[in-house]
Write a new protein. Structure first.
Lengths: 350, 1143
């Protein structure tokens, strides 16, 4: 009590933070800590273009990461369809050892990497068909086994290797009925058991998101059930859905809150995923191809500060496309703007 | 004392198992006994006011001072009242006031030694020990060596529990000469107790000897006994106690002596003596629980658990404490009264708060259940004990009971005659266990369940145990569905043990619920990732057909592979090989199979290795591996696989003779129709026709009802132009396989080739009917037409029998015995697990063979099933389909049309915009053999006689025709130009439209002629026929007509036309063909200069009609409009329109 105003401010901060967590309301900027606007990590979603990137391009990207004080990377996948980003026996191997380069550069920059596994580009269309879901998972787990089996020896030798990222994104609509839910549980149980067997020290993460049609408490129940059955998952990356308009800034805290509470009860870690983009076309807003542009800085900062209430590590989706000097002019401009913001606020995100 | 007894009771209760190893008398300790004794006699020795009161009080006469007498008297006068009041207060027990009076007194008279001794006494009684010490110091200062001051100093130290220091202060008094007897006695008595307390037994003896006239007293004798005991003089000690027993005057004293003697006897290992003392005590106090426990313990130590149990049973029900229950349970266990022990152990396990007690009770519970052969419950108890305290004993017990349990399963299943697919492994059950355990298993689990004591309440533990027992009872009844339900319930109730998950997995496996079995194995693996569990998981993934996952777990086994026996290691490598092969990674398959050979060469593995090498295109290496196999070491199926592989490899390496040699060896091993059939095919492929027909015939003779052999032989004869034999065999094959469309078609073509047009038409029609029916059934989808050209290798046919079967490889041979043995870890019937999956993989491999190794044979058959000439003829139309008909159907209808044609009537009329100067018409487009004679219009009637009219593409026709020209710029026929003729033409080549003809020209119009005309005409077209359902195509047409008029005119005329266009199809009815063209006519001699050459462009529109179910369009109407530019100066360029109709 003796420290007067300072203590008062700190205490009020705590109260506000607690209130926000309890009521699911957005926390005020004043209540957020000085690092609330920080990004701790980013996804890297490997594309066909990345297959041809030179090592110098990757170095430049990691330099951007360094400037953004990022120390965690989630590699969304290492294999997409039948094309691998590493030397593979089973899949079509990439010309460049992309995964190796990323692991090596991450190691040089003291960045930890969650290595993604296998993804199929028709994932969403297949799981949208109830008859396809279970067969898809059965097929997918074999792909995961191959990918992890091939990669384990490679990535585990790097100090940057933190764990595995299971590339499926668990939504709140496709895995709800008992049969599908059991199939997903079995899939995750098998996957986590295998990955734990291959690399006992690795942490295991997966991504999740919600649609506004699902009530927060329903989402909590779903994940409570899932986590009670699947004990191997350590980290849930929860997408804020702001960029794709799945949730609004007003709705988001309630979802964050229930996920945070559920995960805490199960002693798992929540890592909010902050969407750095604004979708401009594609489902569900239009029928065309998915397109997006970097989101306004003000919105992103609001997302980050909100996320700071629920997760120590906020992961961007994603820096390479929307906040770096290496892809588009818009992304470069956003990068410059965010850098200025960091400088003005003397942000230290380490 | 009570505390010490508690220690005793604890020792009784907490002793480890087995009982004989605990509760050694040394645990009681001589000090415990001494404490007991001292506690009972200490009050006697303490210096108290009564004792001290007898100390001589100071006498007034003894008051002395160095002052003169007068002053001394005055001080005495002044001080005496204080002293007097002090003693009065002492006598009335008012010690505080007495002390105050003494204090006042000493302020006046400080040198009064005697009074100061009294003051010390008062202060001591008031427990003002510090004051005592100060006053003792003052006294010593006044009277150095004062014994009483030293006594009180000693007593104060004793009061402050400084026993050793007190003893050091007091002992010298015993020999101090200036100490009076009373002081010495107090000092000695105090010293005895202090010496015993501080275990200075020699000092105790010394002090005891200083006590006068007390040797026969009870207290003295008790101390004497304690001192002797302390000195280890057991006999003297017991003797002293026995004297004390005699000297004791009260019951408590006697009781105390007996207690002391009890402990003394026990300490001397004189258990009967201890029992006697305890029984003596219990005679007086028969319900004394503590002494009942002590007596029971002594009986136990005397190796009389029955007596001990009897004593414990005397404990009043309300007095049975947790420790008692535990001790009694141990006794019961020792007496093998397991059922009675259960409730006591269960109670202790529930109530015990001490970790060790809980552990011991659970262990006891486990042993009791084991004794009752309730193995499941026993294992559960041991697991719980192991969870409480992880000590080797628990682990060992758990392992033992697990073995017993596994044995129970083994026996129960074995006894029932059923072998489950994922049953317990023999390796887990030692051979030595079997004979010892088997006879004791007769009751079965369910029976024992009924005998379970009912004293246990329905705790969660019990519920778990019940569920587990239900599970195992269900297994014993071979009711795996109930078993998995029960095990599932147990898991839901919190049982999360490796064994439970494994048991559930085995049950699921027997139910063939592979996915669930796999998940249960995985749960077990997550709890304990040991080698065995890794194997279970790997093999369960094999069972679920998830080869990649299985491989990952097999790879997890690799680091620990050396811990497996060599046969097991080999088996794992072989299994991995099959999985790699299933995933088409033959490189790795070859690598692991090669590695497995290091554990011992066996033919089966070499076979597999050879196959993998072949698949990785290392044919020569594969050959060298396979050549190492001694066929005599193989069973017949394996020999066949070997010869088949070798044959294939030699063929690939261009050693046809050796390849054929191995095929013949295979046929010799299995002289079956299929083998000869394969040899025949092989020989056919390599142009060994005679040998081929011999072997094909042999196959057919061996199995005359086999449609495939008949068919194959039919094609052979057909190709060999032995159409009669071919047709007979086709008809025979059709009898066996009446839905095989290709046979109908090829039989029709065979008859056509024979010139038997009626039969050909009949079979074409049947074939067309079959095709229509197939289309109708298939909803006009041609993909399901039953008669396809894929060789239908049905049961008994080539591929499944001759191909390499990994499943067979797994089942047989010594090497695979290792696989079998290892698989017993999860199944006692390897066929239920591995082969199921490997059957799948083998079927994949078979498929692969079918598409690769045997592709050549299939290609032969495909080629032969469709006669080459027919195929070639219709090649250009092969992709056409007309309104749901495939091109084959259309082609057959064309065949029927041509075969059944008798009459044809053609009519054409041309119109040219600008008449030629010589008024001679140009030849219209080259239809109807009209080129040699220039005309503008014509009509022709053709008759094609049966038999000779059409002979396998060769055509003979007779015809009559009229030709004419028109009036200039008109369609009126110029009568003078009408030319008539009759003749015959012949098409001698099947595949080329070459006609030769002879006709008699007769004059009708005045300008016509009578003469003979011999002609040769030839047409070559591409895209001239309609292509149903194709929107457009190129059309090329060439026509040449060479005629010789004789004997009158002697003119030789040549007409030729070439056209190139693009045909557009409208609704399969109209075709429109824009085109460019060139045409010319030359004749020798040519007095009228009628030769010409033209180029131009135009469009042709054609309409086809008059079709039926079996025949393609018989009729057509065509209009051709062209602009022709004459290259010769004598003729005009202009438009030409020609209309033609054909019926």
């Amino acid at each position: 009590m003796g420290s007067g105003p300072k203590f008062w401010k700190k205490w009020m901060g705590g109260v506000l933070l607690s209130a926000a967590m309890l009521n699911g309301q957005a926390v005020s900027a004043e209540a957020a800590s000085a690092t609330a606007g920080c990004l701790q990590g980013t996804y890297i979603q490997l594309s066909e273009a990345n297959r041809h990137w030179t090592k110098d391009q990757w170095k430049a990207l990691f330099e951007d990461f360094k400037k953004l004080q990022i120390h965690s990377v989630v590699l969304q996948w290492s294999v997409i369809d039948n094309e691998a980003f590493y030397e593979s026996r089973r899949f079509k191997a990439s010309a460049n050892p992309v995964i190796d380069w990323i692991m090596e550069l991450a190691q040089d920059h003291q960045i930890e990497v969650m290595v993604g596994l296998s993804h199929q580009s028709n994932h969403w269309t297949r799981i949208a068909q109830p008859d396809e879901r279970q067969g898809y998972l059965r097929e997918q787990i074999e792909r995961v086994a191959v990918t992890a089996g091939e990669l384990a020896g490679t990535v585990a030798k790097y100090r940057s290797f933190r764990g595995w990222y299971i590339s499926e994104e668990i939504d709140d609509q496709n895995w709800v009925n008992d049969s599908d839910n059991n199939a997903m549980q079995s899939y995750l149980f098998q996957t986590t058991t295998l990955l734990r067997g291959l690399t006992p020290k690795a942490v295991l993460g997966i991504s999740a998101f919600a649609n506004k049609t699902t009530k927060p408490e329903e989402l909590g129940m779903y994940w409570n059930h899932m986590l009670s059955k699947v004990k191997g998952l350590d980290i849930i990356y929860f997408q804020d859905g702001i960029g794709v308009h799945k949730l609004t800034l007003e709705q988001l805290p309630a979802y964050y809150n229930v996920m945070h509470r559920t995960l805490s009860n199960h002693k798992r870690e929540l890592r909010p995923v902050v969407e750095l983009f604004e979708q401009t076309s594609g489902e569900p807003i239009s029928t065309g191809e998915f397109k997006a542009v970097p989101a306004p800085l003000e919105r992103v900062v609001t997302q980050l500060k909100l996320a700071a209430n629920y997760g120590v590590q906020r992961i961007a989706f994603s820096v390479p496309e929307y906040l770096s000097t290496q892809t588009t002019a818009d992304a470069a401009a956003a990068f410059k703007e965010y850098q200025s913001f960091m400088d003005q606020n003397k942000m230290n995100c380490q | 004392m009570k505390m010490k007894k508690n220690v005793v009771v604890q020792s009784m209760g907490y002793r480890p198992i087995p009982l004989s190893q605990s509760f050694h008398p040394a645990q009681w300790g001589k000090f415990g006994m001494l404490g007991l004794a001292l506690a009972s006699i200490t009050p006697i020795a303490v210096a108290d006011p009564q004792t001290l009161g007898s100390i001589t009080l100071p006498l007034k006469s003894k008051m002395q001072n160095s002052d003169n007498w007068l002053l001394s008297q005055l001080r005495q006068f002044r001080a005496y009242p204080y002293l007097d009041r002090a003693y009065k207060r002492i006598s009335t027990g008012k010690l505080v006031e007495a002390a105050e009076e003494f204090k006042n007194y000493f302020e006046v008279e400080s040198d009064d030694i005697s009074s100061r001794v009294a003051y010390l006494n008062v202060l001591y009684k008031l427990k003002r020990y510090d004051d005592v010490s100060r006053q003792a110091d003052i006294l010593t200062a006044l009277d150095p060596g004062n014994a009483q001051a030293q006594l009180f100093r000693g007593l104060v130290l004793e009061a402050k529990n400084k026993h050793g220091e007190a003893l050091d202060v007091l002992l010298p008094l015993l020999s101090q000469t200036n100490a009076d007897a009373k002081t010495k006695e107090v000092a000695a008595a105090t010293s005895v107790d202090l010496a015993l307390t501080t275990r200075r037994y020699d000092d105790a003896q010394k002090a005891l000897s200083a006590l006068p006239q007390r040797s026969r007293e009870y207290g003295h004798l008790m101390r004497q006994g304690a001192a002797f005991a302390g000195q280890g003089k057991w006999a003297q000690s017991v003797a002293a106690y026995e004297q004390a027993l005699t000297a004791a005057k009260t019951a408590p004293e006697r009781r105390l002596v007996r207690e002391t003697l009890f402990h003394q006897e026990k300490q001397n290992d004189n258990i009967p003596g201890a029992i006697a003392q305890a029984m003596a005590i219990l005679e007086a106090e028969p319900d004394n629980a503590e002494w009942l426990r002590a007596l029971a313990m002594m009986h136990y130590l005397a190796h009389d658990p029955g007596a001990a149990l009897a004593v414990m049973d005397r404990l009043p029900a309300g007095r049975v404490q947790t420790q008692d229950a535990f001790f009694r349970a141990n006794l019961l266990l020792d007496k093998k009264e397991y059922a009675r022990a259960l409730p006591d152990y269960a109670r202790v396990a529930e109530e015990a708060t001490d970790r060790d007690v809980k552990f011991r009770s659970l262990m006891g519970l486990g042993y009791a259940y084991s004794g009752l052969e309730q193995t499941i419950a026993a294992r559960e108890a041991f697991e719980r004990a192991n969870a409480v305290q992880q000590v080797p004993e628990a682990g060992k017990a758990l392992a033992t009971v697990t073995k017993m349990l596994k044995m129970a399963n083994f026996v129960s299943v074995e006894r029932s005659g059923a072998r489950s697919s994922l049953q317990i492994t023999d390796q887990d059950v030692t051979q030595s266990d079997r004979p010892r355990r088997l006879p004791s298993r007769q009751g079965g689990i369910s029976k024992k369940t009924a005998a379970r004591p009912t004293v246990l309440t329905k705790s969660p533990l019990q519920l778990q145990q019940e569920s587990l027992q239900q599970g195992y009872a269900a297994i014993s009844r071979q009711n795996d569905e109930s078993a998995v339900r029960a095990f599932g319930a147990a898991v839901e109730q919190g049982v999360d043990t490796v064994q439970t998950h494994l048991d559930m997995a085995f049950a699921y496996t027997r139910l063939k619920q592979w996915d669930r079995a796999r998940d249960s194995f995985l749960y077990a693996f997550t709890l304990d990732g040991n080698l065995q569990n890794r194997l279970y998981v790997a093999r369960s993934y094999v069972a679920t057909g998830q080869a990649d996952l299985a491989l990952q777990y097999f790879q997890l086994i690799q680091p620990d592979l050396p811990y497996l026996s060599q046969p097991e290691q080999k088996a794992v490598l072989i299994e991995m090989g099959y999985l790699y092969a299933k995933k088409e990674d033959y490189e790795l398959a070859a690598a692991v199979w090669k590695a497995s050979v290091a554990y011992g060469v066996d033919a089966q593995t070499l076979l597999s290795l050879g196959y993998a090498l072949e698949m990785t295109k290392r044919d020569h290496e594969a050959l060298s591996v396979l050549e190492k196999i001694d066929p005599a070491t193989l069973d017949q199926p394996a020999q066949l696989r070997l010869f088949s592989q070798l044959s294939r490899l030699y063929e690939k390496t261009d050693n046809v003779a050796e390849a054929r040699n191995y095929m013949l060896k295979a046929a010799a091993v299995e002289p079956s129709a299929i083998k000869y059939y394969q040899v025949g095919l092989f020989e056919q492929k390599h142009k060994m026709r005679d040998a081929s027909v011999e072997h094909l015939n042999k196959a057919f003779e061996m199995e005359p009802d086999n449609a495939v052999y008949a068919e194959q032989l039919a094609y052979h004869y057909k190709n060999n132009k032995e159409y009669d034999k071919a047709a007979a065999l086709f008809e025979r094959a059709i009898e066996k396989n009446p839905n095989r469309h290709a046979l109908f078609v090829d039989l029709a073509y065979t008859y056509k080739q024979m010139g038997n047009n009626d039969q050909a038409v009949a079979w074409f029609k049947r074939s067309i009917d079959l095709k229509y029916e197939a289309q109708r059934v298939a909803g006009k989808s041609n993909k399901d037409v039953p008669a396809n050209y894929n060789v239908n290798l049905t049961e008994g046919d080539a591929a499944p029998q001759i191909l390499y079967s990994t499943a067979d490889a797994v089942r047989s041979e010594d090497v695979v015995q290792g696989v079998h043995d290892l698989s017993m870890a999860i199944t006692d019937d390897v066929d239920h697990l591995m082969p199921v999956s490997y059957q799948d993989s083998s079927s994949d491999i078979i498929q692969e063979h079918a598409s690769q190794g045997l592709a050549t044979y299939r290609e032969i058959q495909l080629a032969q099933l469709s006669p080459s000439e027919d195929r070639a003829k219709t090649q250009e139309d092969i992709t056409s389909i007309k309104q749901g008909q495939d091109e084959e159907l259309y082609r057959m209808r064309q065949e029927v049309r041509e075969l059944s044609r008798r009459f044809q009537f053609n009519l054409y009329q041309a119109y040219r915009s600008k008449s030629q100067p010589d008024n001679v018409a140009s030849t219209p487009p080259g239809f109807f053999n009209s080129g040699a004679i220039p005309s503008q219009g014509g009509a022709e009637l053709i008759y094609q006689p049966p038999g000779v009219g059409y002979q396998d593409g060769k055509i003979f026709q007779v015809f009559a025709r009229g030709l004419w020209s028109n009036e200039p710029n008109s369609l009126h026929i110029a009568g003078k130009s009408v030319q008539g003729s009759v003749g015959a033409r012949y098409k001698p080549l099947k595949t080329q439209d070459l006609f030769v003809s002879i006709e008699r020209l007769f004059k009708i119009g005045s300008e016509a002629q009578n003469d003979w005309l011999a002609r040769v005409s030839y047409a070559w077209t591409q895209g001239y026929d309609i292509r149903p359902n194709e929107s457009s195509w190129n059309q090329t047409l060439f026509y040449g007509d060479l005629g010789y008029f004789f004997p009158n005119s002697g003119i030789t005329a040549l007409y030729s036309e070439i056209r190139q266009g693009r045909t557009f199809n409208y609704a399969n009815l109209f075709t429109v063909t824009p085109h460019v063209m060139a045409a010319g006519r030359a004749q020798r001699p040519d007095p009228d200069k009628s030769s010409y050459a033209e180029v131009g462009a135009g469009v042709a529109v054609k309409y086809r009609f008059n079709e039926n179910r079996y025949e393609a369009e018989r009729s057509s109407a065509e209009l051709v409009v062209q602009y022709r530019h004459n290259l010769s100066q004598r003729r005009n360029s202009g438009w030409v329109a020609t209309a033609a109709v054909s019926f």
